[in-house]
Design a protein around this ligand. Structure first.
Ligand code: GRF
Length: 186
């Protein structure tokens, strides 16, 4: 199969990035990661890019940096962007200029709990069920078309850490599955 070139955007630990990189070794996995974009040069997750010698682009808060990034993406023939814990909101102009499929993973069952501090809010509301969602990115926060969701049941004793652990365990299944799903027919 001919793999598509992808770029992964991160800001923190990069455990989803690591997981996708591991999956992409498989020849049936539809993408290969050609560029890592990060909002901080100190992000822990950059270590996974360095281990595999994948080029890194540190995005800054200005138009010139954004234009340079568009150039880097086009140069590498990137056809899909996966946000994985990327803590910046992409500008409308950036999304429009690229005109690519952009995916995101969110630690709740969207459309519930868009935005930040999801685990705290889920716990506070005594939800019985939660999970993660992979969705397309559009110009509104956490509101693009849903590709897939995975859920688990919360037990009353589950604290914040357990919620996060169980959610992320599902994320490592959900993101690769969503990517497979997207490329199944094209
Ligand atoms: C994930 O839980 C994802 O849902 C959220 O940010 C977290 C990133 O974790 N958007 P990591 O950097 O992949 O470890």
């Amino acid at each position: 199969m001919v793999k598509k070139n992808a770029s992964i955007f991160i800001s923190g630990k990069g455990t989803n990035l690591k997981n996708i990189l591991n999956k992409s070794i498989d020849y049936t996995f539809p993408i290969r990661v050609k560029l890592i974009v990060c909002s901080s040069r100190y992000a822990k997750g950059l270590v996974f890019a360095k281990q595999r010698s994948i080029p890194i682009f540190i995005i800054q808060n200005n138009l010139i940096s954004q234009m340079k990034l568009i150039n880097e993406i086009n140069k590498r023939n990137i056809s899909i962007i996966c946000l994985a814990g990327f803590m910046k909101i992409l500008s409308k102009s950036f999304i429009r200029a690229l005109n690519l499929r952009i995916l995101n993973i969110h630690p709740s069952l969207l459309p519930k709990y868009k935005g930040l501090n999801t685990y705290e809010r889920i716990k506070k509301n005594k939800e019985k069920k939660t999970g993660c969602t992979v969705h397309f990115v559009n110009e509104k926060l956490d509101s693009g078309k849903i590709i897939l969701r995975k859920y688990f049941y919360i037990s009353p004793n589950d604290d914040f850490k357990v919620l996060k652990y169980n959610t992320q365990k599902l994320e490592y299944l959900a993101y690769p599955e969503a990517i497979y799903k997207l490329f199944r027919y094209n």
